[in-house]
Design a protein. Structure first.
Length: 387
């Protein structure tokens, strides 16, 4: 069976490694990025303990590699901008091992290394044809504009992310759902004087900062900015240093040292802020009568509130790999993954309550210490069907 993987980000790389030595399967992978191109190279990512559990059980060498490239994510606290503690969790109370925090480029490096030998880089999927046997045959364009036709595949896997070309070609472009929140990302290269280490969140009204230190001495700062309406674009005025500072500094109290430090860094590096909007899109697992499989963001882009985008992409790649190795297909993968993904998507949105219109950041954060939220976190971090 010939399997073609379009996109070696998180899900595509994990699946490719899972299938690399499977008897009877021939794997080829394609990615539009050249070897040395590193998208989002600087910014940080926290990956949940559930992805680490999946890697530990299915790909122990990859587990070791991502642990070596990262710092442990062991703690999650939520403070008000003036320093009042609202929530403080040791992840080991609800998980079997810590998560990780690392740079996106380091995660990609660790996941891509074992599949480099059978990945063709600098080739972007453009169109689909059928070969004489009725198999799907991708048409890819290289960086010089030339077209490549690597032949027909029994199964094509979309690991090409949120704006998946394979999903667009076979099932249409999914309609994104926006939630009225803008997101900023910033890498602080030198965070030697940063007054915290592990994963924290700080609320000033519904505006929220999230930050943690990264390997190599840097820190990652993410901001959540309420927008006037769910579909609203980000107003230019919100992007100024003065507006950013006013968003996160409490008006009638003294900011805690962590918030003061982050606001100072945002002011200094205002030109480096990367902007996006909180969004998700409907789940779709397959197309073309089981000849196309969607994984990761191509199947289910989700809101990043619980750090589950790349985390679920890892789960997807591992469970899909286990199923394909034993001769199963898209239906069986969907049966194991889709209810799990819907739970994670719903819980991620539920956990965003404190940032959404009408949300109460103080009471909403305190409520996360309750049995209901912690029980769902335990399910999130430990219960992976199909492992
Ligand atoms: C602001 C923000 C913060 C986030 N924070 C977190 C977090 O803290 N933790 C977390 O777990 N997740 C987080 N995520 C989500 C996470 O980044 C994604 O969910 C994850 O990268 C999805 O993995 P993937 O393998 O599906 O796709 P990607 O990692 O996006 O990989 C897609 C791959 O496909 C390739 N490709 C694209 N188009 C083509 C084409 N036409 N032909 C060939 N190749 C192609 C790309 O080059 C890339 O290598 C965040 C996302 C955002 C936007």
């Amino acid at each position: 069976m010939r399997i073609g993987i379009i996109g070696t980000g998180v899900a595509g790389s994990v699946l490719a490694e899972m299938l690399a030595d499977a008897p009877g399967l021939a794997i080829e992978a394609f990615d539009r990025l050249q070897e040395d191109a590193a998208a989002e190279a600087g910014t940080g990512l926290n990956v949940g303990p559930n992805a680490l559990k999946a890697l530990r059980l299915a790909l122990p060498m990859r587990h070791a590699a991502v642990r070596a490239a990262s710092l442990p994510w062991r703690r999650w606290f939520i403070d008000a901008a003036w320093g009042e503690r609202l929530f403080d969790l040791d992840l080991l109370d609800v998980a079997e091992e810590p998560g990780i925090r690392l740079r996106w480029s380091e995660l990609y490096r660790a996941l891509r290394a074992p599949v480099a030998a059978f990945t063709r880089r600098g080739l972007a999927l453009e169109a689909l044809e059928e070969d004489p046997a009725g198999r799907l045959a991708p048409v890819l364009r290289d960086t010089e504009g030339a077209l490549h036709r690597p032949g027909g595949f029994d199964l094509l896997v979309a690991g090409d992310g949120r704006y998946s070309r394979l999903r667009a070609l076979t099932a249409g472009v999914p309609a994104p759902r926006f939630h009225g929140i803008a997101l900023t990302r910033l890498l602080v290269p030198d965070a030697a004087d940063c007054p915290y280490d592990d994963y924290g969140q700080w609320f000033n009204g519904r505006a929220r900062l999230l930050s943690y230190r990264l390997p190599g001495g840097g820190a990652y700062i993410a901001g959540s900015v309420p927008l006037p309406a769910p579909e609203a674009e980000v107003p230019e005025a919100v992007k100024s240093a003065a507006h950013q500072a006013a968003l996160y500094l409490p008006r009638d109290r003294v900011a805690c040292p962590a918030v003061a430090w982050m606001v100072d860094r945002i002011r200094r590096q205002i030109a480096d802020l990367h902007w996006a909007r909180l969004q998700d899109s409907p789940l779709l697992r397959g197309a073309c009568d089981g000849r196309v499989l969607f994984l990761g963001d191509a199947a289910h882009a989700m809101v990043p509130t619980l750090g589950q985008g790349a985390t679920q992409a890892i789960e997807d790649g591992i469970v899909a790999g286990l199923v394909l190795r034993r001769g199963g297909g898209v239906t069986e993968i969907g049966a194991l993954r889709d209810a799990r993904v819907e739970f994670v998507r719903a819980f991620s949105l539920e956990a965003s309550d404190t940032m959404l219109p009408g949300g109460d950041p103080v009471e909403g954060s305190r409520a996360k210490t309750g049995a209901d939220f912690l029980g769902k976190l335990r399910r999130l971090y430990t219960d992976i069907p199909g492992l």
